[in-house]
Design a protein around this ligand. Structure first.
Ligand code: ADP
Ligand code: MG
Length: 475
């Protein structure tokens, strides 16, 4: 199938999944009192779903009765009304926020092979072997951005020399940057898209249960998520609902999550779970991850949205802003030079806290994901954040530092550290290289050291820091 045709089919599928357009200006689209016709439809769908589930339960009872203890059994599976994806409700109904335990904190690496070599005597093959190394380089191509075409090399038994691999990697990075610029343009030109019927059902349930009062409209549609504004409803015994909420719906079209593959595929915290999950569950995992990361940040006192509840791929959190108007992104606000300097030092401290206290690297930190509200900076959008010892964690941190440095240097903050100084200040590492290429090489060497440590010792390094805590910078 040609790529063009595949793209067209994908587009068709997406349009079918996101058929309706809801603009913020249209006013509330799900309210407690004023239920419009689409909510009637929703209600009907909910009832139908309940009815279908009952029907399936009855079917299962009959199946059991007919089969009894017989060794030969017949299955009524084909007569089920509810697709198995939708009926894994026992797990669906789990309120993930109540999972006190943060599964991503666990240090559970997989190790292959433990010893770093195979064979014996003269037949020994170490990890430095040209063939092994070449194969490893080929496999590492998977870490390139998904839109970067690497052909069928990964599937074939291709062995890439270090030289070829490094050239490809440089090219992949520049392609990634180019495609990010293009995407930015496209994002602003495409019409807003709302959510699929199942998600609307979920949102409706939240309003119906009184947790939310009104969902007023959409405040952002991005590549991987749609964000809505809502007025909070009634508090329950164990939950206080903020007066205004933001609802982040992680998009369930499957091509979108592929863009983020590289963040979790190599994440030790995910390795065990990732391969066993279906795509729908992986998308829920993004939402779950954002929730856990926000909770870590809350605990460290970093200004960020407070988690209200997580249901499947829908995360409800406190709204940063007021009267339905979201706080502006740092890129859209004009700050006085004094505020700009204040914002800079605040971010420097937040990056250090994030690294040291939360054991996280934001991994998408820029003026797009920082909001200015109440005279300070708030961090958002942390579903992709990883631990520093993620195989690419330090590279992500360096990228974050570059964005922050450039933004504040361009914004006229004379005190702003350059990206390398900022990286050292945040991580406490003391990388001395005085140019970007060497610096990056040292970062990758550290990451590799960690990877090798995993291979040889079955666990990652507990921390990269050898210099003690990084210095605290203050105004
Ligand atoms: P994406 O992955 O689509 O970038 P974000 O989490 O960055 O998702 O959210 C997209 C936009 O929605 C943000 O730029 C911000 O304007 C708005 N937004 C997200 N969360 C909140 C919040 N809690 N309060 C106010 N606005 C928010
Ligand atoms: Mg964002």
């Amino acid at each position: 199938m040609s790529e063009q045709l595949a793209k067209e089919l994908q587009l068709e599928e997406e349009n079918a999944a996101f058929p309706e357009v809801v603009a913020a200006a249209e006013g509330p689209f799900i309210t407690g009192e004023n239920i419009d016709t689409s909510s009637d439809l929703m209600l009907a769908q909910m009832l139908q779903m309940e009815f279908d589930k009952e029907y399936d339960a009855q079917l299962r009872r009959e199946e059991k009765k007919i089969n009894g203890d017989s060794k030969v059994s017949i299955s009524f599976e084909n007569y089920r009304k509810v697709h198995p994806y939708d009926s894994d409700s026992s797990e669906d109904e789990v309120d993930w926020q109540d999972t006190r335990h943060d599964p991503y904190r666990a240090d559970k690496p997989t190790t292959t092979p433990r010893r770093g070599f195979i064979g014996k005597g003269k037949d020994i093959t170490t990890k430095h072997d040209e063939v092994v190394c070449g194969r490893k380089n080929t496999a590492r191509m998977e870490n390139f951005a998904p839109e970067f075409q690497v052909g069928d090399g990964i599937g074939m038994d291709l062995k890439l020399s270090n030289q070829v691999f490094n050239a490809l990697k440089q090219h992949a990075y520049s392609e990634e940057r180019r495609s990010a610029r293009l995407h930015e343009k496209k994002e602003h030109s495409t019409a807003e898209k709302a959510v699929d019927p199942k998600t609307r059902l979920l949102l409706y349930k939240m309003v119906n249960s009184g947790m939310l009062e009104t969902i007023t409209g959409c405040i952002s549609t991005g590549k991987e998520s749609v964000v809505f504004h809502a007025y909070g409803g009634n508090a329950t015994e164990d939950k206080v609902i903020p007066p205004e909420c933001a609802i982040k719906v992680f998009k369930t079209t499957l091509n979108e999550f592929k863009n983020r593959d590289k963040y979790i595929k190599d994440d030790y915290r995910f390795k065990d779970r990732f391969s066993k999950l279906n795509p729908r569950k992986i998308i829920r995992m993004w939402a779950e991850k954002e929730m856990h990361n926000l909770t870590r940040m809350q605990n460290a006192g970093i200004p960020c949205p407070q988690v209200v509840i997580l249901k499947k791929h829908v995360l409800v959190m406190s709204f940063i802003g007021q009267d339905q108007v979201p706080a502006p992104k740092l890129k859209d606000v004009t700050l006085s030079s004094e505020d700009m300097k204040k914002a800079y030092y605040q971010i420097l401290n937040m990056m250090q806290q994030l690294y040291r206290e939360c054991n996280l690297v934001h991994a998408d930190l820029s003026e797009y994901n920082m909001l200015w509200h109440d005279g300070k900076v708030w961090l958002i959008d942390v579903s992709q954040s990883v631990e520093p010892t993620h195989p690419h964690g330090l590279e992500f941190l360096f990228r974050d530092c570059r964005n922050v440095s450039q933004f504040f240097q361009k914004g006229g903050v004379a005190e702003a550290l350059n990206e390398r100084e900022l990286f050292n200040a945040v991580s406490g590492l003391n990388i001395t290289a005085d140019n970007e290429v060497d610096f990056q090489a040292e970062i990758e060497a550290l990451e590799k050291m960690n990877e090798d440590h995993v291979q040889n010792h079955g666990k990652k390094l507990s921390t990269f820091s050898s210099e003690g805590d990084p210095p605290i910078y203050d105004e």
